[in-house]
Design a protein around this ligand. Structure first.
Ligand SMILES: [Mg+2]
Length: 255
């Protein structure tokens, strides 16, 4: 493995679990800082803004600035600024997501880009039909992720991917998906680091959405044996560039 000069780090299952620091994670992050190794956090969550995430991580003892965290909404903003500069965007999402969409003009009608996030009850007939009409008028379709469902304390819960598929089918278009595992998300991380893929390693606990997806973007993929890691992850077709016991061993990658 080539010695990385910078890192992209997953959050859940890598530095925290249930928002509590994993053993050695606080030290690992401060060690990277004292060595002057650049890094960014890269996470698919659309539930919290970067500011809220930084606050939650601060409660866990991490000193992390909101600007050091790439969320699917922040990556979507970077994607929109780069690929649809100045375009009017119609957003279907929930919560304070628009806070992370700096420099993006949001409109209720006449959208030139339809942007989909984890909207839950905001996936109303009215919102979806507006989006459909904009797509039929030639608007581009961009989604923060394509997750079909996730799990809450109440049980499995329908996510944005199902509504996205409906819009794609009806309008005969295909969305650009910006969150993990999309290469676009990793490119946004590289752009924040100001580095080329071969200089960077992605450290995550998800063998597909972190490790394989990073490798597909030309980035080295490092799997940790924490979080959702299972030994069977190493029996599939994905071959991580390195496997480490936890983020506490990140220094080994620099040796
Ligand atoms: Mg994870």
């Amino acid at each position: 493995m080539v010695t990385p000069e910078g890192f992209l780090l997953d959050v859940d299952g890598v530095i925290v679990e249930s928002w509590q620091p994993l053993p050695g994670a606080l030290e690992a992050i401060s060690d990277l800082r004292s060595r002057g190794i650049p890094f960014r956090f890269i996470t698919n969550t659309t539930a919290k803004t970067r500011r809220e995430l930084a606050g939650t991580l601060a409660s866990a003892g991490f000193e992390i600035r909101p600007a050091e965290i790439l969320t699917a909404p922040s990556a979507t903003a970077a994607y929109l600024r780069a690929n649809h500069p100045g375009k009017k965007c119609f957003l279907i999402a929930k919560g304070d997501v628009d806070e992370d969409l700096d420099g993006v003009e949001l409109v209720g009608d006449g959208g030139e880009v339809v942007v989909i996030g984890g909207a839950e009850e905001n996936f109303t007939y009215d919102n979806l039909n507006r989006a459909f009409r904009m797509l039929m008028d030639g608007a581009a379709l961009v989604s923060m992720h394509r997750n079909m469902y996730w799990k809450t304390q109440e049980g499995l819960t329908l996510d944005a991917g199902a509504f996205l598929a409906g819009l794609e089918q009806a309008a005969g278009v295909e969305a650009v998906v910006v969150g993990k595992p999309s290469p676009e998300f990793f490119r946004a991380g590289l752009s924040e680091l100001g580095m080329h893929p071969e200089q960077v390693a992605m450290v995550g606990d998800d063998v597909r959405n972190d490790v394989l997806a990073a490798q597909d973007a030309g980035i080295q993929g490092v799997l940790v044996r924490t979080g959702k890691f299972r030994p069977t992850d190493l029996e599939g077709e994905v071959r991580p560039d390195r496997v480490i016991d936890s983020i506490a061993s990140i220094g080994d990658l620099l040796a």
